[in-house]
Each structure stands twice: as C-alpha cells, then as structure tokens.
Design a protein around this ligand. Structure first.
Ligand code: GAR
Length: 204
C-alpha cells in the first residue's frame, strides 16, 4: 500500500489536494502522518479536519539539520510511511532523509525546473520576463529543488501579473499534478502527459 508521509511548512493547499484525490479514489493511497516545522501553520488545522495524525517538529528546537531529519525519519517510520511528499516544505533536506526512502521522496516546486529553484520562484519568473511559468513534481536530490522530473504543468504569464495572481494560477495546476505525479511515481501510471484527464478520472 502507498502510505504517504507529508512534510509541510505552511498553508497546506497541496496536502488538501492530495487528500481530495484520495477521497475521490483518483489516488490510491493514504496519508499516515503530516509533519510540520512551523507552529501555527494552517496545514495542521487542515490535517486535523481530515483526522490525520499531526506531528510538529519545530526546526528551531534542533541543533542541526541532521538532528531534525533524524526526528523526521523516526516519525515517518513510526507511522509506517513508505513514500514522502514534500508539500510546501521550506527546509533543505539531508542525504540521510533521502537515503531513508530511496527514490521515494517527492517535492513540488512552483516553477518549470530547472528554471528558478529556491525561494521566491514565482517572483524570479516574473523578474526574468518569461511568458510561460508553471510547476514541477520531482524526485528529491540533495541540491535544492533538483532531481528527476516526474510531471510538470505550464501556465501563461499574463501582462501585468502580480506575484499573487501568477502564484494562484500555478497553484491550480499544482493541485492537479501533485496527486497525479504521486500515482505515476508510485503506481507507474503511464499517462504521463494526460494532464487533461486529471480532473475527473481515476489514475490508477
Ligand atoms: C507551493 O506553491 C509549493 O510549490 C511551494 O510552496 C507552496 C506551498 O503551498 N514550494 C516551494 O517553493 C519549495 N521550494 P501550500 O502550502 O499551499 O501547499
């Protein structure tokens, strides 16, 4: 069974999209635990509403990245997690975490990688003057926002777009492709480019 652990730092709209896809059987999975590093993050309220176990691991209370990631690995193992989905997880990860779930740590990023990794990706895209922006789900490697790409979706950048407007347009697509990319990576669904299918149809 695909037992997910979700790592999130903030709002949690991608967590919500994963839960909704599971609810309508578009993604055959369960979320065993949500781990958050920020007290008061909205994702914790969302997890409570879905009755998903929640664990706060406040990075400020750890002496190193390694110590935080050890606690994360322990928590994921305690909850029998087999795949890890970083959904707005705004911490760099260590090789330890990647090695604990080989080829089973995924991330979503609000750009068409390899363009614009790191912080403020949407602002970076606007500053660069690109006319296509988007989002990427990829396997996690050590360098920030890098690793083999699983799925991407593109959106137009419109004249006069603010960061908020472009971000909102990208997030609509994030919520489509993240559940689909998890299904693709975990279940080997072959409809890699069938983004149009994602709204209604079961993927696996
Ligand atoms: C998403 O747009 C995600 O792509 C981004 O944070 C947002 C979280 O939104 N992640 C990164 O920038 C990772 N480098 P959410 O909390 O509503 O899912």
């Amino acid at each position: 069974p695909l037992s997910l652990g979700v790592l999130a730092s903030g709002n949690g709209s991608n967590f919500e999209a994963i839960m909704t896809a599971i609810e309508r059987s578009a993604l055959k999975a369960q979320v065993n635990v949500v781990i958050c590093n920020n007290p008061g993050a909205k994702v914790m309220e969302r997890a409570e509403r879905w009755q998903i176990p929640r664990v706060l691991l406040n990075h400020r209370e750890f002496t190193s990245r390694e110590a935080l990631d050890q606690a994360i690995i322990r928590t994921l193992n305690q909850h029998d997690v087999t795949w890890v989905a970083m959904a707005g997880w705004m911490r760099r990860v260590t090789q330890q975490l990647i090695d604990a779930f080989p080829d089973r740590v995924l991330n979503i990023h609000p750009s068409l990688l390899p363009s614009f990794p790191g912080l403020h990706a949407v602002q970076q895209a606007l500053d660069a003057g690109v006319t296509l922006a988007g989002c990427t789900v990829h396997h996690v490697e050590l360098a920030v926002d890098s690793g083999p790409i699983i799925m991407q979706a593109a959106v137009p950048v419109l004249a006069g777009d603010t960061v908020e407007q472009l971000q909102a347009r990208i997030q609509v697509q994030e919520h489509h492709i993240y559940p689909a990319a998890i299904a693709l990576a975990a279940h080997g669904d072959s409809r890699k480019n069938a983004v149009a299918d994602l709204a209604g149809e079961p993927l696996c």
